[in-house]
Design a protein around this ligand. Structure first.
Ligand SMILES: [Zn+2]
Ligand SMILES: [Zn+2]
Length: 244
């Protein structure tokens, strides 16, 4: 099981090197570098340097063998959709994650978001996420809970959004996106119960495409809690061939 959500120094918020991961694990890795336009956290467009990324992967492939796949985490932001699509048009990636990270004013992990109205933020985020699916080509719907990672949300509270969650997950399936189990959300933001609830919903809708990612930005988080995730996959009857 490959870690399908991972960052290096090609992401604005990571200092990790490919070798941090390559020397820690002998299988295949894929890095999914942040692509966030109009990022309120940095006040600029954060774009992974495609040429430098390709060059470094070519050099490391000569040393470590063909163990490195190329990826990107697309932070969808509707006002910049045209720019986003034009950047991606001539680039080749093995794996594309679709995310919603910000609303133009705040990244959903900004400290000040924690003091905002929980229900309003969840609603705003889910609306943006529902819209984003299908607007750009991607392989994985990343961290469905990103907009409310900072909040303690119970399964009962999330159930209030169940009709919309079902629409989101159905759209995800219709566009052939995998459902991501994000171990950082599950075990560092304590949202495991929300993920188990979401798994019930996606299974009910007939989802057969899953992706497992640590969302690691450093070696310590690479393949975070993958043993626990494997137990969940077994319990939910998710087969290896359903995992991308
Ligand atoms: Zn993300
Ligand atoms: Zn990420």
């Amino acid at each position: 099981m490959r870690d399908n959500h991972l960052h290096t120094h090609f992401s604005y918020d990571s200092d990790a090197s490919f070798e941090d991961y390559l020397t820690h694990y002998d299988g295949e890795i894929v890095t999914t570098e942040h692509y966030d336009l109009s990022n309120p956290y940095t006040g600029r467009d954060d774009v992974p340097d495609y040429e430098a990324y390709s060059k470094e992967i070519a050099e490391l492939t000569a040393r470590y063998g063909k163990r490195i796949k190329r990826g990107i985490e697309i932070g969808y932001y509707q006002p910049r959709e045209a720019d986003l699509i034009s950047f991606l048009a001539d680039k080749i990636y093995d794996l594309k994650l679709l995310s919603v990270h910000h609303n133009g004013t705040n990244d959903y992990l900004d400290d000040e978001v924690a003091g905002m109205d929980k229900e309003a933020i969840i609603q705003e985020y889910l609306d943006a996420l529902e819209y984003a699916i299908g607007r750009v080509e991607a392989d994985v719907l990343a961290h469905f809970d990103y907009g409310f990672r900072l909040f303690d949300v119970t399964v009962d509270e999330l159930k209030a959004y169940e009709p919309q969650l079902l629409r989101i997950f159905q759209k995800m399936i219709d566009y052939n996106l995998a459902f991501e189990l994000n171990s950082k959300s599950m075990y560092l933001y304590h949202h495991e119960d929300l993920y188990l609830y979401a798994l019930d919903l996606v299974k009910q809708l007939g989802c057969h495409k899953y992706s497992i990612g640590s969302d690691g930005h450093k070696r310590e988080h690479f393949r975070l809690e993958f043993d626990r995730i494997q137990i969940i996959l077994n319990k939910y009857g998710i087969k290896p061939e359903e995992i991308i």
